[in-house]
Design a protein around this ligand. Sequence first.
Ligand code: SF4
Length: 375
Amino acid sequence: MQNSHLLQNFIAKSDVSDVLDSALKGQPLGLNECIRLIKSQDSFLIGHVGNILREKMYGNTVTFVNNIILNYTNVCVTYCKFCAFYRPPGHSESYTLTLQDIIRRVIVARESFGITQVLFQGGHNPNLKLEYYETIFKEIKKRTPEVGIHGLSPSEVDMISRIEKISTREVLDRLKVAGLDSLPGAGAEILDDDVKAEISPLKIKSHEWLRIMEEAHNIGLKSSATMMYGTVENEEQLARHIIKIAKLQEKTRGFMAFIPWSFEPNKTQMQSEGLINYSSGGAQLLKMIAIIRIFYFGLIDHLQSSWLTNGVGMAQLALNYGADDFGGTLIGEEVVSATGARSTELSSQKIIEAIKQIGFLVAERDNFYTNIKYY
Ligand code: SF4
């Protein structure tokens, strides 16, 4: 009771007291409230409310997934300025994994680490037809049916549809039949076309990302949603991104989770042009985690702690600001490792220890966020 009084006292003194009060009462929040939270300096208090809401949903349990990433090709013709991973067609460092490579990696990872998910993402490679993906997904399902395929972001689906000259809906239908289970939310960056014009002018526009996600949800393919902040966006554009995803979720209920990524400028065109020199840092991550939990409370269930772009220590803190999922082991990650930022894979044991170290119970989940094992 005393703690609750203390909290009310702190909240009463905050510049966003009315917003936090509404959040704790479960009242709906809108664009202006979101912008005010983003602009507020009261990160600790916002984080405290984020943590209360996480606790209401998950108590003391934090999840992770045992997975690998297959970055199947780095060949890409979209040349995003924030990306250090891609190579143009014909480049000496370009690669495309073969079906044999992929199947070998999945089988070894299943047998050695017990993975339950493969995250399948790559560049926009103009030489890869729909059949490449269909063959791979069918073979993964045949050889390792217990492994969920979380693959192909909306911009990759769009690329395939342009190569095949068929609709994105048809691409999704065929991928689903081949074994695709769910879509990652990559490629959204910030759903604002002014931001996209500056950082990824050749990528699909915001409404196309939303349309393809809606098509996926409508045929029963669930997905995650992401946000890559820390480039050129302002607070309002950030808030509008959060609201656009909330609006689609109200319609389809297809987003299982949200993952905020901070932009890592190392070795990117944005850094070499002097546009952005530093990533936005830990304090901003924690604030974004808390705001996302507050905004999506009752709407999008799961929120990942983003250890990949911010490191394990920050991810531990994020669990105290509203995140409930540590993400995956990510064995084989190539995209963030191309920036040279940090080690980009963890063993499940390391994740379990990192979660237990700060006093949480650990549950391993599958691709669909169903808990399958407790530690
Ligand atoms: S982010 Fe994706 S689409 Fe953009 S350049 Fe990198 S690989 Fe290509």
